[in-house]
Ligand binder design. Structure first.
Ligand code: NAP
Ligand code: G4F
Length: 351
């Protein structure tokens, strides 16, 4: 018998890579997607798995649709990856973020509790939980200090997952994942924003990139490595929470330097700093200690930072070159508005 998995947010970066990973393991894969006027299936098509997964419309704020998704798929495992996942947007839409990245987790757990408490549940928790505190590398014991509506919502989800585990004995576990990136990363996020801009500047489609706080530091890993850890977490004998990280921290300036050097350019000649990309509250440093995951799961990251940047820059160049030659393929960048067109979102308290 094939195991069955339901992935909420299958159209996102992690959802599509996890679907591919589980298909390769022989799972029957169901995924929820949002009913939009123009559906967003480009990543599933890019990975050539669109026809291999079962798609169910569901909206995180709508319990009835979540109930239907779980009833129809009758899964062994649920991976709750859907969320309003962009920290910046959580300052623009705090109420919606609280609902879909926070409260919705209880909606799903409650359905599991009521209809089949044997379903294993993975919650996409995040290093943003650590937020304002950086004394040393962050592990499962370090206290949380959220610094955005997104992080506060995810803190709620983290705790509701633990509460349903302790109160009702559900197999419910948190993966506290540090930033992970790939050529399938959304263009709002700083890594892909940079690699896409490098490709465009290199090929003469644009001259500059506009950014916010380039001093921030992150622990960036490769998304394909990270989705494997999600599956590993649900294969344990008992549910536990794990930090997943590379343990290496780099600034956005370092990222810019590496990415632009790959095309023999000096990033300093191509960046514009604009206050509209600064957040009202910043998370300055994140760096994880995933020794527990190494010891218990046997998980270690395979792709290092420099290699990750190279993979992303090369793929973005390949796409723009293909487009130039008239090739047409599922892809996000061609329809993405130039960031100068979007109006200011919020003003930093430092202004
Ligand atoms: P992503 O690319 O933004 O994907 C988010 C998914 O959620 C998309 O499929 C999106 O659908 C869906 N979604 C958003 N709002 C929804 C709603 N109201 N109802 C139903 N579906 C909704 O994010 P990701 O990078 O793959 O991350 C996956 C999860 O891990 C997220 O929960 C994120 O917060 C968390 N996380 C990510 C990282 C990271 O570095 N990537 C690190 C730690 C934790 P559309 O395609 O229609 O927008
Ligand atoms: O790429 P980012 O938007 O990612 P952020 O805020 O770290 O969040 C991502 O990782 C979290 C895990 O730690 C996930 F939970 C979350 O869902 C998401 O996947 O921003 C990274 C840093 C920030 O400090 C931001 O202020 O880059 C800085 N930055 C500077 N200029 C910018 C820009 N970020 C974006 N998105 N765009 C800019 O122009």
């Amino acid at each position: 018998m094939h195991k069955k998995a339901l992935i909420t947010g299958i159209t996102g970066q992690d959802g599509s890579y996890l679907a591919q990973f589980l298909l390769n393991k022989g799972y029957k894969v169901y995924g929820t997607y949002r009913r939009l006027s123009s559906p967003n299936f480009w990543r599933l098509q890019y990975l050539n798995i669109f026809d291999k997964v079962e798609l169910i419309p569901a909206e995180l704020s709508d319990s009835a649709s979540l109930f239907e998704a779980i009833r129809i798929s009758s899964p062994d495992e649920i991976y709750n990856l859907a969320a309003q996942s962009f920290v910046g947007a959580s300052f623009e839409q705090p109420i919606n973020t609280t609902d879909v990245s926070g409260v919705a987790t209880t909606r799903i757990l409650e359905i599991i509790r009521q209809i089949n408490p044997k379903i294993k549940f993975y919650q996409a928790s995040t290093s943003e939980l650590y937020g304002g505190i950086y004394d040393h590398k962050q592990n499962e014991e370090v206290p949380f200090h959220p610094r955005s509506p997104y992080a506060a919502a995810k803190l709620y989800s983290y705790w509701t997952t633990r509460i349903y585990r302790d109160a009702y004995g559900l197999f419910a576990a948190n993966g506290i994942l540090f930033n992970h990136e790939s050529p399938l990363r959304g263009l709002e996020f700083v890594t892909r924003k940079i690699t896409n801009a490098v490709a465009k500047i290199h090929l003469g489609f644009s001259k500059n990139i506009t950014l916010g706080n380039i001093n921030a530091q992150r622990d960036w890993g490769f998304a394909l490595d990270y989705v494997e850890s999600m599956w590993m977490i649900l294969q344990q004998d008992k549910p536990q929470d794990f930090v997943i990280a590379t343990g290496q921290m780099h600034s956005i300036e370092e990222l810019l330097d590496i990415a632009f050097k790959l095309v023999n350019l000096d990033y300093k000649k191509h960046i514009v700093i604009d206050k509209k990309f600064f957040r009202p509250l910043e998370v300055h440093k994140l760096c994880g200690d995933s020794s527990k995951a190494k010891k218990v799961l046997g998980w270690v990251p395979k792709v290092a930072f420099k290699q990750l940047v190279e993979i992303m820059v090369k793929e973005d160049i390949k796409r723009w070159e293909g487009w130039q030659k008239g090739e047409r393929f599922p892809w996000d960048a061609i329809n993405y508005p130039d960031e100068r067109k979007t109006l200011s979102r919020y003003i930093s308290i430092d202004d």
